[in-house]
Design a protein around this ligand. Sequence first.
Ligand code: DGP
Length: 110
Amino acid sequence: MEECIFCKIANKAIPAKVVYESENVTAFRDINPQAPVHILVVPKKHYESMNDLDDILLAGELLNAVKETAKKLGIQEYRTVINTGKSAGQEVFHLHIHILAGRDMKWPPG
Ligand code: DGP
């Protein structure tokens, strides 16, 4: 989508600190990190949220990208988060998986 910030990052129209890339997925550092390691894993194709993801192979590629990104960064313990919808905390309406690591995490989340 033309005006979507994560589409622009995935298309390399604007810069980001990319840490992992596969055919259909890009992973890059969050601009406003909430932990010492904070990565966003996004499909290159625009999906507004998890509710729109209709491609099972891509779903697998996204999860595999989480695993490969963690491996590449040498992190074995991490939290993954997918905010879906405004009340769940979604601010950027391009599907993304957060990877957070490097500090103790509380459970349940707020
Ligand atoms: P969420 O609240 O789940 O929609 O998370 C959106 C995240 O996206 C938030 O942690 C900040 C990050 N973010 C927003 N704009 C940019 C950007 O332009 N570049 C990068 N790297 N991250 C961004």
